[in-house]
Design a protein around this ligand. Structure first.
Ligand SMILES: [Zn+2]
Length: 98
């Protein structure tokens, strides 16, 4: 699968519903690391389209509910700064358009 095709697949998937990078990795048959690289490009690509927004639903701690709002990277944080739990719900991505 060519890189462009994978990105188009990601864009089409995220227009329908929100996915974590793990969901996309399983769906596309590539590593989560690769998905995260593609997501950076996808975010930049869709930002150029008028009215289209790339959505990053932040990661959150499953123990105490802490939300990683300030985090702009697409990777998952390792542990909660509040309670030190490693049970972190992955960030999810989506594309919103009018
Ligand atoms: Zn926590």
């Amino acid at each position: 699968m060519a890189a462009l095709t994978i990105r188009q697949h990601i864009i089409e998937a995220l227009r329908v519903t929100r996915y974590s990078s793990k969901d996309l990795a399983a769906f596309l048959g590539i590593s989560e690391r690769h998905v995260e690289e593609h997501l950076l490009h996808v975010a930049r690509t869709v930002a150029r389209e008028p009215g289209v927004r790339f959505i990053l639903e932040p990661a959150a701690c499953e123990e105490c509910g802490y939300v990683f709002r300030r985090r702009s990277r697409v990777t998952r944080p390792a542990r909660c700064p509040c309670c030190r739990s490693e049970r972190i719900a992955a960030p999810r991505y989506g594309i919103e358009q009018p």
